[in-house]
Design a protein around this ligand. Structure first.
Ligand code: AMP
Length: 213
């Protein structure tokens, strides 16, 4: 099963992607996580990506597409995967489609987690992330067990640079201009499913499971 998660930054698609990946035993592939891992390791790719990420801009397609295609070619992806944060532009979606078509495959579900901008802006200020293991929390909705510390590795949680208010505004603008056209793209292919992302995390997840089952 090949699943794409769509939705604005902060809509909760990352959280849902991880839950789906666990339940259906599929790899969770987040291009944002791959970039952040590269930044942490100080690779050339990471340094290049950081320039864009810190401003809330998209990393250019040439860089992004290659890392994604390399990742989905790995052995653990042979039964499918959950893509979180890719594609983010129509050209990225077209490259993915072409690569899948060459294998006689296609995307099974594109799940759009819908949340209005006003809710997103409120939510993002409460997000906290562990830069060490990639776990994400929310001060109100998914608080860590010990305040300010990661449940998994005990490291300090931070508000990511790209979750800061001025960057969030840019990211929403970029989302509406470059990423939201993917909703019609996948609707035209007959694989679009929409869920109301303003509900509780478990309710959103149940709605997604109903679609996938
Ligand atoms: P995310 O963790 O998915 O919110 O991604 C964080 C940042 O990484 C984004 O704001 C972009 O700068 C960059 N990024 C992640 N995925 C992509 C993508 N598919 N295309 C371009 N930039 C991306």
């Amino acid at each position: 099963m090949k699943i794409i998660m769509l939705g604005a930054p902060g809509a909760g698609k990352g959280t849902q992607a991880k839950l789906i990946a666990d339940k259906y035993n599929l790899p969770h592939i987040s291009t944002g996580d791959i970039f952040r891992a590269n930044i942490k390791e100080g690779t050339a790719l990471g340094m290049e990506a950081k320039k864009y990420m810190d401003q809330g801009l998209l990393v250019p397609d040439e860089l992004t597409v290659k890392i994604l295609l390399d990742r989905v070619a790995k052995e653990d992806c042979k039964n499918g995967y959950v893509l979180d944060g890719f594609p983010r532009t129509i050209p990225q979606a077209e490259v993915l489609d072409k690569a899948l078509a060459e294998l006689g495959e296609s995307v099974d579900f594109a799940i759009n987690v819908e949340v209005p901008d006003e809710n997103i802006i409120k939510r993002m200020g409460g997000r906290r992330a562990c830069l060490s293991c990639g776990a994400t929390y929310h001060l109100e909705h998914i608080p860590p067990k010990a305040e300010g510390l990661c449940d998994h590795c005990g490291r300090e949680l931070v508000l990511r640079d790209d979750d800061k208010p001025e960057t969030v505004k840019n990211r929403l603008q970029v989302y509406h201009e470059q990423t939201s056209p993917l909703i019609d793209f996948y609707r035209a292919k007959g694989v679009l499913k929409e869920v109301d992302g303003t509900r509780r995390m478990d309710e959103v997840f149940n709605a997604i499971v109903e679609i996938l089952d």
